[in-house]
Design a protein around this ligand. Structure first.
Ligand code: NAP
Length: 208
């Protein structure tokens, strides 16, 4: 297992290899790729979330830089390894991809874009047998939600449910009780049916 972090990081389990990785830094992404010999599963987990009211364009740009372009850049860089292993990509998106929480609208926009990216990658990479999962995570007890006095799930149980979802082949994973309430209606929705219908346009031409 490789753990990409911005600051030096040491894990007690020696099977974890740390990598310095700022997902907005192209040179660091490339250096990370060069240290990884083979890869079965890429988890895009890095994210930022700041309060805003959409009055400052730079706040939106910061969110897009990490939550959208970071996910995009890391995925493209590791794609040759994932193609070779016929592996999987797991993008930790958010329930807010589906409905914005207006206290963090820039965050919600970036997550909606990351979700849409995930859906396109899923269609485009199907011919290479690379599976692409979106995780529509609900409130989880981490630094990100420290200011919110709401019910939150434990990160350990969310992580476990994400890997269960990957093992079960779920395209969209709802890993906690709050997000789980959306699962059935999303999976039977017109929007999901359209995603599958549109995907056939690229899946019919794998050589392209
Ligand atoms: N917590 C929730 O309720 C919740 C709900 C839905 C989705 N999510 C998603 O879950 C993921 C993990 O978030 P979390 O809850 O664990 O929040 P967190 O405690 O704030 O952790 C975010 C992590 O992302 C890293 N990061 C930020 N910018 C980065 C960059 N440019 N390059 C590399 N790493 C970067 C941070 O690194 P530093 O330590 O260096 O700052 C930190 O380790 C995020 O994508 C978040 O959007 C969380």
């Amino acid at each position: 297992m490789y753990a990409g972090t911005r600051q030096p990081f040491a894990h007690t389990d020696r099977r974890v290899t740390p990598l310095i990785l700022d997902v907005t830094d192209t040179a660091q992404i490339q250096a990370a790729v060069e240290q990884v010999e083979s890869l079965d599963v890429l988890v895009n987990n890095a994210g930022i979330a700041h309060y805003d009211d959409l009055s400052d364009r730079s706040v939106l740009e910061q969110h897009l830089a990490v939550n959208l372009f970071g996910t995009y850049g890391v995925t493209q860089a590791f794609l040759p390894l994932l193609t070779r292993s016929q592996g999987a990509i797991v993008n930790n998106v958010s329930m807010m991809a589906m409905a914005p929480f207006p206290v963090t609208p820039a965050y919600a926009m970036s997550k909606a874009a990351a979700f849409n990216l995930t859906q396109s990658l899923r269609a485009l990479l199907a011919a290479r047998r690379v599976r692409v999962h979106a995780v529509l995570t609900g409130p989880t007890d981490t630094d990100m939600t420290r200011g919110f006095d709401i019910p939150k799930s434990a990160p350990e149980s969310v992580a476990r449910a994400i890997f269960d979802g990957v093992d079960n082949g779920e395209e969209d994973i709802f890993p906690d009780p709050a997000s789980e309430t959306l699962a059935d209606s999303w999976r039977s929705s017109v929007a999901k049916a359209l995603e599958h219908e549109y995907a056939t346009f690229v899946q019919a031409q794998p050589a392209a």
